[in-house]
Unconditional design. Structure first.
Length: 328
């Protein structure tokens, strides 16, 4: 019986050589031709700036919630469409003011900056800092930060912003301040109590003032200030009357004002006003170049309390519906 032939095996050193060659081939850089990547659409001949798409939630809690929360504190700065460092007057508009594009109750009256504030306070005038606390809804901060605000009058010489509509789905905006000095330093009232209402009033605000938390109604029945704000027909004013600065603030009367404010007024520009020739317009952070302006707007955005009262949030279709102008 002939012995079987043993299989031929390569020497061990050949295995190591083969392994080394394979490793070198795997790890060696592969020469590639340089490819130029287009930085703009191939079908356009001109440069196109980059775009940023944001998809924030704008369900009704975002729209109706208050941007500046907590009790009013004169040592704090509150942000919104008003300049916290200015005093404002309520302007009874003349015929030269164009019709507003917003939902403001049919009048064209608005707040206009009148003077600089002292540590955010004013003497028997409207403080911008207080109005931001009392009337700014969360969506207003979004708008101010991203676009400069919701313009309802936008002519060469006049720019007026309007707060978001309040539909009444929540009771937000029922606020109070008290103390004769606090009221006098932030509102045109010389009385000791001052209460406001936003709920269900669209772009308007009701207010009432007195020297106590209760006053007589038109029939002599004692009513709380809050009750009269909710039921203005029984107040001494027999309804919510348009505030006229020339007549002052009467105790127990319910007044109505548009939360519409003139911005970028010549000689009293806000920090986000950008010049266009001899006039200026408000701009949001994405279009404002200076780094300090961006930091200011981002701080405003952080201060806003998003999604308060989030119970019962609606779906995407409802959120999209609420983005339409008639809901804002």
């Amino acid at each position: 019986m002939s012995p079987q032939a043993m299989p031929h095996r390569p020497p061990l050193w050949k295995k190591f050589v083969l392994l080394g060659v394979t490793w070198s081939l795997l790890t060696a850089p592969i020469a590639q031709a340089a490819v130029s990547i287009a930085q703009q659409p191939l079908t356009l001949s001109n440069n196109v700036p980059g775009n940023l798409v944001l998809t924030p939630s704008v369900e009704w809690p975002t729209i109706m919630s208050m941007a500046n929360v907590g009790a009013f504190d004169t040592t704090k700065t509150y942000y919104g469409y008003f300049d916290p460092n200015k005093c404002y007057g309520y302007t009874i508009a003349g015929t030269s003011v164009p019709a507003f594009t917003g939902v403001n109750g049919g009048t064209k009256n608005y707040f206009a900056p009148a003077s600089d504030a002292t540590n955010r306070t004013c003497s028997k005038a409207w403080s911008g800092n207080y109005l931001n606390w009392a009337a700014t809804q969360t969506i207003d901060v979004f708008r101010s930060t991203l676009t400069g605000g919701n313009r309802v009058v936008d002519t060469a010489n006049l720019t007026i912003l309007e707060k978001a509509r309040h539909t009444g789905q929540t009771g937000t905006g029922a606020l109070n301040i008290s103390g004769a000095s606090t009221v006098a330093n932030n509102t045109p009232s010389s009385l000791s109590y001052f209460s406001t209402k936003l709920s269900g009033l669209g772009n308007r605000m009701y207010f009432i003032s007195a020297n106590s938390t209760s006053v007589n109604d038109k029939d002599g029945t004692s009513r709380s200030l809050r009750y009269l704000l909710d039921n203005p027909a029984v107040a001494q004013s027999k309804g919510a009357v348009e505030f006229d600065p020339s007549e002052g603030v009467k105790s127990g009367w319910v007044y109505s004002v548009n939360i519409d404010v003139q911005v970028c007024k010549s000689g009293m520009l806000e920090d986000n006003c950008v010049a266009y020739g001899s006039n200026a317009k408000p701009q949001g952070a994405p279009r404002a170049d200076p780094e300090i302006r961006l930091r200011i707007h981002l701080q405003r955005l952080r201060l806003s309390q998003y999604f308060q009262g989030a119970a019962g949030r609606r779906g995407a279709s409802s959120a999209a519906r609420l983005c339409r102008p008639e809901y804002l």
